[in-house]
Structure formats: structure tokens, C-alpha cells
Design a protein around this ligand. Sequence first.
Ligand code: ATP
Ligand code: MG
Length: 206
Amino acid sequence: MVGQEVKRIGVLGGTFDPVHLGHIHLALDALKEMDLDRVIFIPAWLQPFKQDRDTASGRDRLAMIDAAIEGLEGLESSSIELDAEGVSYTYLTMRELRKKYGEDCRIYFITGTDAFLKIETWRNAGELLTSCGYLVGTRPGYRQKELEECMERVSRIYGTEVRNLHNDRFDISSTEVRDRLESGEPCGDLIPEKVERYIRENGLYK
Ligand code: ATP
Ligand code: MG
């Protein structure tokens, strides 16, 4: 295991159904701005707030992430939540990562604005918000003032390090990618070419 020398890692959780350029740039911007050793993409087996929705299989979502990050230094994926199956709770994933990387490692959970605005409602929020730092990538379409209030409240109540990244903005969502694919429209401007190819070769999102 290479855990010992790792000091600063970023964790990007999500459904990634499918992974798109907004996710990739968020990870790359966090890596650079925060001088992280790596950013790990962790696809959820089943997201607590999306339990009623069908998704591509976990293996396909992970394979698309791997295709997208191939050759991009500092980006990795982990099947930790897929291997655990069941509903994926981030506080449990954080416990596992803490065990793996040790107490000295600085762990940052990376989110977009929409996810961070809801984070106080996530399971075991108290533990979750004290277990790591948070990096919030601005996502178009959300109110900055609301985000700043939420960041201030979380850092005041939980003593959490929370930073707003100066990320490049990409107005892209997986929902838009799926919608376009379902109606047969091209989406080369939303997802990496290798992901587009995987989707085509595996007949996903028809
Ligand atoms: P969906 O439309 O299915 O909800 P999504 O595009 O929101 O998909 P998720 O897998 O839900 O993607 O998001 C994973 C994480 O990435 C979340 O923290 C989300 O806020 C963030 N994120 C997603 N898209 C962007 C984007 N374009 N810019 C910044 N952050 C993003
Ligand atoms: Mg989402």
C-alpha cells in the first residue's frame, strides 16, 4: 500500500452517470489550487437521495471514470463504495479512507455548489463535517450568497475548513448528457471522447 507518503488527498464522490467534463475540471482545479497529491473519484453504489432512479451499473460508471481520467496525472478512481454495495453514505466512506491513509493525512471532500448546500442533511452530518475539509466548486445556476452563508455556518458550527475553489465553470450535468444521448444528439462538448466511445460500444443510455 502506498498510503504512508500521501499527505493531501481530495475525494470527489457522486453518481457519475456518466462522468462529464464538469467533474474532470473540478477535480483538476482542486488538485492544482490546493496542491493535492491526488484526487480520487468515488462512484456511489446507490446515492441516498437518488434511490428511486435507475442508473448505469456501478461497473460501467467506474469504467467511464477510468476512461476519462486515463493519462491525467493525479486523478484516480476507487471502487470502495461499489464494493460495499447498498446505500453509499459518505461518513462511512470517510471512516474507511481515514483508516487507509492515517490520521496525519489531510483529506478534502470536493463537491459542487448544489451538493454542498445540502450537506447538513446528509446522514451523520456531525461526524461527516468534522472528519475532513471541504472544497466547494462553484457550479453555474446556484446562488453564491446562499453558498457563502452555508460555508460560514458549517465552519462556525463544526470548526470545519471549507474553501470555495476558483474553478473554471462548466454548465454541464449528467442529466443533460443522458437527455441528449436518449434523443440521439451529440454530446462531444460535454464528455471526453473516450467516455462517448464507451457509451456507444456498450449501448448505454438509449
Ligand atoms: P445529475 O444531473 O445526475 O445529478 P451531476 O452532473 O450533478 O449529475 P453528480 O454525479 O450528481 O453529477 O455530481 C457529483 C459531484 O460533482 C457533486 O458534488 C456535484 O455538485 C459536482 N458537479 C457535478 N457537475 C458539476 C459541474 N458542472 N461543475 C461543478 N461541480 C459539478
Ligand atoms: Mg447531481
